[in-house]
Design a protein around this ligand. Structure first.
Ligand SMILES: [Zn+2]
Length: 265
């Protein structure tokens, strides 16, 4: 623990997530792209030209990757137009691979944001109107500009005695840089946004600035399918099952026959 404290808390104290906003803190995406390249090249060492053309892939890897992500493909028919050129038709690419150009704010994140808004009612302090920078506190209290200055100084000095103090102090406030033209590309310094590029602080702030509407998001959600008419699967099985003669019915029949027998006597 002494070594860890000296090495990572005193000598190298800027290694925590969020120390350098906007810069990558891990190489996962590069490794993932490298894995795809190795798979497509069948783990063989190849020249740079394979990205443009090769014997196996005459159009090259780049062309193939582009085609996989294209929304439409051009289809050339055998028929020719008046100029003798083959007729080209556009067909939608049903197996299109999604190419994300901004973080994906799913319904799950929006629902979590709405729940957080109702439960905590977070307050946002505008730090800079020009750069659209806002501050909000983790515990929901109203932040002040003095607290913001003090927070920045503590981040700069990194003067923490232990990891718990570091974690608590770093996450006591979140700084949000709101992108007013495209709110989904906004950035926040909370753990969720640093890791997955999405967080509910951005959603709530965007809703406050009328860049996003919870009501419209709720209207876009698909309605659950109505239950089909008729018996359920379990009910069908029950109906198909042959009816066994119950003990009550047997007893009733026996009693009736006995009674009939007595009257006949
Ligand atoms: Zn956040």
């Amino acid at each position: 623990m002494d070594y860890f404290q000296k090495q990572w808390a005193e000598n190298n104290n800027g290694w925590f997530e969020g120390y350098a906003p906007g810069l990558p803190s891990q190489s996962n995406s590069i490794e993932a792209t490298h894995r795809v390249m190795k798979k497509d090249l069948k783990h063989k060492k190849s020249r740079l030209s394979v990205f443009c053309h090769s014997q196996e892939k005459p159009h090259g890897l780049v062309y193939e990757w582009s085609m996989q992500r294209a929304s439409h493909h051009k289809l050339r028919s055998k028929e020719k137009d008046d100029d003798g050129q083959p007729i080209v038709q556009l067909a939608s690419n049903k197996n299109q691979k999604v190419f994300y150009t901004k973080p994906d704010y799913s319904d799950k994140v929006v629902d979590a944001a709405y729940k957080h808004k109702i439960e905590h009612s977070p307050v946002f302090l505008c730090i800079s109107e020009k750069d659209c920078v806002y501050l909000t506190a983790r515990d929901g209290h109203e932040p002040t500009k003095e607290e913001y200055k003090s927070y920045l100084e503590r981040l700069k000095s990194c003067d923490w005695d232990d990891l718990d103090e570091l974690n608590e102090d770093v996450n006591s406030f979140y700084i949000i840089n709101l992108n007013e033209k495209d709110w989904e590309n906004s950035r926040c310094t909370c753990e969720s946004c640093l890791k997955d590029l999405v967080c509910y602080h951005v959603v709530i702030l965007a809703a406050k600035r009328r860049l996003f509407s919870f009501e419209q998001a709720a209207m876009r959600k698909p309605l659950t399918a109505k239950a089909p008419r008729g018996p359920t699967k379990m009910g069908k099985n029950c109906l198909n099952k042959p009816v066994e003669k119950s003990a009550y019915a047997q007893t009733t029949n026996e009693t009736q026959s006995k009674c009939l027998g007595r009257f006949s006597c």
